[in-house]
Write a protein that binds this ligand. Structure first.
Ligand SMILES: N[C@@H](CCC(=O)N[C@@H](CS)C(=O)NCC(=O)O)C(=O)O
Length: 211
Protein backbone atom coordinates (compact mmCIF):
# COMPACT_ATOMS: atom_id res chain seq x y z
CA UNK A 1 0.00 0.00 0.00
CA UNK A 2 2.82 2.39 -0.87
CA UNK A 3 2.48 5.54 -2.96
CA UNK A 4 5.25 6.50 -5.40
CA UNK A 5 6.01 10.21 -5.55
CA UNK A 6 7.95 11.64 -8.50
CA UNK A 7 9.49 14.79 -7.15
CA UNK A 8 12.54 16.99 -6.84
CA UNK A 9 13.90 18.90 -3.91
CA UNK A 10 12.01 22.16 -3.23
CA UNK A 11 9.47 21.48 -5.97
CA UNK A 12 5.70 21.18 -5.74
CA UNK A 13 6.41 17.59 -4.73
CA UNK A 14 7.17 18.99 -1.27
CA UNK A 15 3.46 19.78 -0.91
CA UNK A 16 2.47 16.21 -1.70
CA UNK A 17 5.17 14.80 0.55
CA UNK A 18 3.96 16.92 3.47
CA UNK A 19 0.37 15.82 2.92
CA UNK A 20 1.39 12.14 2.77
CA UNK A 21 3.39 12.58 5.97
CA UNK A 22 0.50 14.26 7.79
CA UNK A 23 -1.79 11.43 6.66
CA UNK A 24 0.68 8.78 7.75
CA UNK A 25 0.53 7.20 4.30
CA UNK A 26 3.59 5.16 3.25
CA UNK A 27 5.36 6.45 0.15
CA UNK A 28 8.65 6.34 -1.67
CA UNK A 29 10.24 9.21 -3.56
CA UNK A 30 11.61 8.82 -7.11
CA UNK A 31 13.73 11.90 -7.86
CA UNK A 32 13.27 13.59 -11.23
CA UNK A 33 16.23 15.92 -11.77
CA UNK A 34 14.93 19.23 -13.16
CA UNK A 35 18.49 20.48 -13.62
CA UNK A 36 19.19 17.81 -16.23
CA UNK A 37 15.71 18.19 -17.74
CA UNK A 38 14.81 14.66 -16.69
CA UNK A 39 11.14 15.69 -16.66
CA UNK A 40 11.33 15.58 -20.46
CA UNK A 41 13.02 12.17 -20.69
CA UNK A 42 10.86 9.50 -22.37
CA UNK A 43 10.75 7.41 -19.17
CA UNK A 44 9.16 10.28 -17.25
CA UNK A 45 6.94 11.46 -20.11
CA UNK A 46 5.41 7.98 -20.00
CA UNK A 47 4.20 8.87 -16.50
CA UNK A 48 3.27 12.51 -17.09
CA UNK A 49 3.08 13.43 -20.77
CA UNK A 50 3.04 17.09 -19.71
CA UNK A 51 6.62 16.75 -18.42
CA UNK A 52 6.08 18.23 -14.97
CA UNK A 53 6.47 17.08 -11.43
CA UNK A 54 4.98 16.13 -9.07
CA UNK A 55 3.28 12.93 -10.12
CA UNK A 56 1.92 10.43 -7.65
CA UNK A 57 1.18 6.79 -8.39
CA UNK A 58 -1.35 5.28 -6.01
CA UNK A 59 -0.83 1.81 -4.53
CA UNK A 60 -3.44 0.64 -7.06
CA UNK A 61 -1.36 2.01 -9.94
CA UNK A 62 -3.38 5.13 -10.83
CA UNK A 63 -1.21 8.04 -11.98
CA UNK A 64 -2.15 11.40 -10.50
CA UNK A 65 -0.74 14.74 -11.63
CA UNK A 66 -1.60 18.41 -10.97
CA UNK A 67 -0.77 19.16 -7.37
CA UNK A 68 -4.23 20.46 -6.54
CA UNK A 69 -5.86 17.27 -7.83
CA UNK A 70 -3.28 15.12 -6.06
CA UNK A 71 -3.91 16.83 -2.72
CA UNK A 72 -7.69 16.68 -3.02
CA UNK A 73 -7.57 13.03 -4.04
CA UNK A 74 -5.33 12.23 -1.07
CA UNK A 75 -7.68 14.08 1.25
CA UNK A 76 -10.59 11.97 -0.03
CA UNK A 77 -8.63 8.76 0.35
CA UNK A 78 -7.43 9.62 3.88
CA UNK A 79 -10.37 11.61 5.21
CA UNK A 80 -9.68 10.42 8.76
CA UNK A 81 -6.53 12.60 8.82
CA UNK A 82 -8.80 15.66 8.84
CA UNK A 83 -6.74 17.74 6.43
CA UNK A 84 -9.82 19.73 5.42
CA UNK A 85 -12.70 20.91 7.62
CA UNK A 86 -15.96 19.00 7.37
CA UNK A 87 -17.93 18.97 4.11
CA UNK A 88 -20.39 21.82 3.74
CA UNK A 89 -18.75 23.97 6.42
CA UNK A 90 -17.82 27.62 5.87
CA UNK A 91 -14.26 26.77 6.97
CA UNK A 92 -13.92 24.17 4.25
CA UNK A 93 -15.20 26.62 1.64
CA UNK A 94 -12.59 29.15 2.77
CA UNK A 95 -9.82 26.53 2.72
CA UNK A 96 -10.78 25.46 -0.81
CA UNK A 97 -11.09 29.02 -2.05
CA UNK A 98 -7.54 29.89 -1.05
CA UNK A 99 -6.14 26.52 -2.03
CA UNK A 100 -7.47 27.09 -5.54
CA UNK A 101 -6.17 30.66 -5.52
CA UNK A 102 -2.62 29.45 -4.85
CA UNK A 103 -2.93 26.64 -7.39
CA UNK A 104 -4.31 28.74 -10.22
CA UNK A 105 -3.01 32.25 -9.61
CA UNK A 106 0.47 31.56 -8.13
CA UNK A 107 1.80 28.15 -9.18
CA UNK A 108 1.52 28.83 -12.95
CA UNK A 109 3.67 31.95 -12.52
CA UNK A 110 6.54 29.74 -11.32
CA UNK A 111 7.05 28.47 -14.88
CA UNK A 112 7.53 32.04 -16.11
CA UNK A 113 9.99 32.75 -13.29
CA UNK A 114 11.97 29.54 -13.84
CA UNK A 115 11.78 29.41 -17.63
CA UNK A 116 11.14 32.97 -18.89
CA UNK A 117 12.46 31.97 -22.31
CA UNK A 118 9.34 29.86 -22.87
CA UNK A 119 7.20 32.99 -22.67
CA UNK A 120 9.41 35.81 -23.93
CA UNK A 121 8.75 36.90 -27.51
CA UNK A 122 12.51 37.14 -28.14
CA UNK A 123 15.75 36.13 -26.46
CA UNK A 124 16.56 39.65 -25.33
CA UNK A 125 13.16 40.12 -23.68
CA UNK A 126 13.65 37.21 -21.25
CA UNK A 127 14.66 39.45 -18.35
CA UNK A 128 11.79 41.85 -18.96
CA UNK A 129 9.33 38.95 -19.08
CA UNK A 130 10.65 37.65 -15.79
CA UNK A 131 10.52 41.10 -14.20
CA UNK A 132 6.82 41.44 -15.08
CA UNK A 133 6.16 37.97 -13.65
CA UNK A 134 7.91 38.91 -10.38
CA UNK A 135 5.63 41.91 -9.95
CA UNK A 136 2.50 39.82 -10.58
CA UNK A 137 3.79 37.13 -8.24
CA UNK A 138 4.45 39.64 -5.47
CA UNK A 139 1.05 41.24 -5.89
CA UNK A 140 -0.60 37.85 -5.43
CA UNK A 141 1.56 37.04 -2.40
CA UNK A 142 0.29 40.28 -0.87
CA UNK A 143 -3.28 39.09 -1.49
CA UNK A 144 -2.46 35.91 0.43
CA UNK A 145 -0.90 37.96 3.20
CA UNK A 146 -4.12 39.99 3.51
CA UNK A 147 -5.99 36.81 4.47
CA UNK A 148 -3.80 36.00 7.47
CA UNK A 149 -4.35 37.21 11.00
CA UNK A 150 -1.44 38.21 13.20
CA UNK A 151 -0.51 35.65 15.87
CA UNK A 152 -2.62 32.96 14.22
CA UNK A 153 -0.42 30.22 12.79
CA UNK A 154 -2.62 29.08 9.91
CA UNK A 155 -5.08 30.41 7.33
CA UNK A 156 -7.98 29.11 9.43
CA UNK A 157 -6.47 30.33 12.70
CA UNK A 158 -5.46 27.43 14.94
CA UNK A 159 -6.95 24.86 12.57
CA UNK A 160 -4.31 23.41 10.23
CA UNK A 161 -5.42 22.29 6.76
CA UNK A 162 -4.12 21.34 3.29
CA UNK A 163 -4.12 24.96 2.18
CA UNK A 164 -1.43 25.74 4.75
CA UNK A 165 0.86 23.15 3.16
CA UNK A 166 0.32 24.66 -0.28
CA UNK A 167 0.80 28.20 0.99
CA UNK A 168 3.95 27.26 2.90
CA UNK A 169 5.67 26.04 -0.26
CA UNK A 170 4.50 29.07 -2.25
CA UNK A 171 5.86 31.24 0.59
CA UNK A 172 9.24 29.54 0.30
CA UNK A 173 9.38 29.98 -3.45
CA UNK A 174 8.70 33.67 -2.93
CA UNK A 175 11.17 34.10 -0.08
CA UNK A 176 13.46 37.12 -0.39
CA UNK A 177 14.66 38.26 3.05
CA UNK A 178 14.07 42.03 2.83
CA UNK A 179 10.94 41.97 0.69
CA UNK A 180 9.35 39.13 2.66
CA UNK A 181 9.94 40.78 6.03
CA UNK A 182 8.34 43.98 4.80
CA UNK A 183 5.42 42.66 2.76
CA UNK A 184 4.53 39.10 3.79
CA UNK A 185 5.64 38.54 7.42
CA UNK A 186 2.49 36.57 8.33
CA UNK A 187 2.97 34.27 5.35
CA UNK A 188 6.55 33.73 6.47
CA UNK A 189 5.28 32.78 9.93
CA UNK A 190 2.82 30.37 8.35
CA UNK A 191 5.71 28.69 6.55
CA UNK A 192 7.57 28.23 9.83
CA UNK A 193 4.46 26.93 11.61
CA UNK A 194 3.92 24.33 8.86
CA UNK A 195 7.60 23.35 8.64
CA UNK A 196 7.73 22.89 12.45
CA UNK A 197 4.86 20.39 12.54
CA UNK A 198 6.46 17.17 13.71
CA UNK A 199 5.36 14.92 10.83
CA UNK A 200 6.29 17.51 8.21
CA UNK A 201 9.61 18.40 9.85
CA UNK A 202 10.46 14.70 9.76
CA UNK A 203 10.24 14.60 5.96
CA UNK A 204 11.11 18.16 4.94
CA UNK A 205 14.04 18.55 7.30
CA UNK A 206 15.90 21.71 6.46
CA UNK A 207 15.44 21.14 2.72
CA UNK A 208 11.61 21.06 2.80
CA UNK A 209 11.35 18.32 0.23
CA UNK A 210 13.46 15.48 -1.04
CA UNK A 211 14.27 14.37 -4.53
N1 LIG B 1 0.17 22.30 -13.02
C1 LIG B 1 1.23 21.58 -12.37
C2 LIG B 1 2.51 22.43 -12.39
C3 LIG B 1 3.69 21.64 -11.92
C4 LIG B 1 5.01 22.36 -12.17
O1 LIG B 1 5.07 23.45 -12.75
N2 LIG B 1 6.08 21.74 -11.68
C5 LIG B 1 7.41 22.27 -11.88
C6 LIG B 1 8.27 22.00 -10.64
S1 LIG B 1 7.68 22.83 -9.21
C7 LIG B 1 8.07 21.53 -13.03
O2 LIG B 1 7.90 20.34 -13.17
N3 LIG B 1 8.82 22.26 -13.84
C8 LIG B 1 9.57 21.71 -14.92
C9 LIG B 1 9.21 22.31 -16.25
O3 LIG B 1 8.32 23.17 -16.35
O4 LIG B 1 9.87 21.89 -17.23
C10 LIG B 1 0.84 21.22 -10.93
O5 LIG B 1 -0.02 21.91 -10.37
O6 LIG B 1 1.33 20.23 -10.38
Amino acid sequence: MTYTLYSYVRSGGAMVEAALAEMGAPYEVRPVDLHTDEQHAPAYLAINPHGKIPALVTPEGEVLTETLAILLTLEERHEEAGLLPSRGSAERARALRWLAFAATELYPIVEILDYPGRFAPSLNSKDATRAVAIEIWRDRLRTMESQLVEDQPYLLGERFCLTDIYWAVIARWGFQPGWTAEHTPKLEQLFHAVAARSKIAAVWGDRWGRG
